[in-house]
Design a protein around this ligand. Structure first.
Ligand code: MN
Ligand code: MN
Ligand code: MN
Length: 282
């Protein structure tokens, strides 16, 4: 058994098509996978038949953006009813917000004389293709145009708060997004809890509010090597009676530090999230 419950395809901001991600799962011997594209289930839908043919167990998944106390938080939804209208309508509303934000970002960047990208708008939408637009696409464009060398530089110089391409957005509230997932009989999971760089107290407050909203799990393993972070998150999950999930957050093969299924084993102490799945995993 080898699982990965967090990855992206061209349906959002990943570089591999849904079919290619199944091929990669086969190559990496991942047996159960959740495609968790940003605010869309289209990648799952496109991959399902091909996954079945290749004996890859595909769990429904999504990574939804929400707002909690002014911060953007990502909530992964797992094993939900794909056709639930509350969830699907909610995801559509987030995609619309993403689209509006992208247009404002294009306008802001294009209005700065020192940022010389010809046909910025066309190039950006060309990169997005069939996907769901996100800041990652802007980061890619800035790298492609030679304005920055790395994704980190793109965020530090152009995209983060206070920088020329930053546009604030208020996503639906945390409680609302958790509720959509629950209404679809799914499991809400706090994605990459370490990424927000919250103090321990603040992370506890997030977890309290998340649980109050009906959230059931948090990601404990996001990386290949066992480390203090994993132990810390495992303890936090235990203390808060949350189930533990794991996922690589794979986006593209060029990110050599993040392979599909490349994950440290789940600590023995926690309850794995798949205990909540409707079918047992293979
Ligand atoms: Mn992404
Ligand atoms: Mn995320
Ligand atoms: Mn992700």
């Amino acid at each position: 058994m080898k699982v990965d419950f967090h990855c992206h395809t061209t349906a959002s901001d990943g570089s591999l098509s849904p079919k290619e991600i199944i091929d990669l799962a086969l190559k990496h011997e991942v047996t159960t996978l959740a495609i968790t594209d940003h605010d869309t289930t289209s990648g799952y839908e496109q991959a399902l038949d091909y996954a079945n043919k290749n004996n890859i167990q595909l769990i429904t998944g999504v990574e939804a953006s929400c707002t909690w106390n002014g911060h953007t938080i990502h909530i992964v939804g797992l094993d939900f009813d794909l056709n639930n209208q509350v969830l699907q309508n909610g995801l559509t509303s987030i995609r619309e917000l993403r689209h509006e934000r992208a247009n404002s970002m294009i306008e802001k960047l294009a209005s700065k004389p020192h940022i010389k990208i010809e046909n910025l708008e066309d190039k950006l939408w060309n990169l997005v293709g069939e996907g769901v637009v996100g800041r990652g696409h802007f980061s890619q464009l800035l790298q492609q145009e030679g304005l920055v060398k790395t994704g980190q530089q793109a965020f530090d110089r152009y995209l983060k708060k206070g920088k020329p391409g930053h546009v604030g957005v208020t996503w639906p509230d945390l409680a609302e997004v958790v509720d959509w997932i629950n209404q679809a009989n799914g499991i809400a999971v706090i994605a990459h809890p370490g990424i927000y760089k919250f103090t321990s107290n603040k992370l506890n407050r997030l977890i309290t509010d998340f649980k109050e909203a009906g959230g059931q799990a948090m990601e404990v393993v996001n990386q290949p090597r066992h480390c203090a972070d994993i132990n810390g998150m495992a303890e936090r999950a235990l203390r808060n009676e949350l189930y533990a999930s794991l996922g690589s957050d794979f986006h593209r093969p060029e990110h050599s530090w993040r392979g599909l299924g490349w994950l440290a084993p789940m600590p023995q102490t926690v309850k794995p999230v798949w205990e909540l799945f409707r079918s047992s995993i293979i």
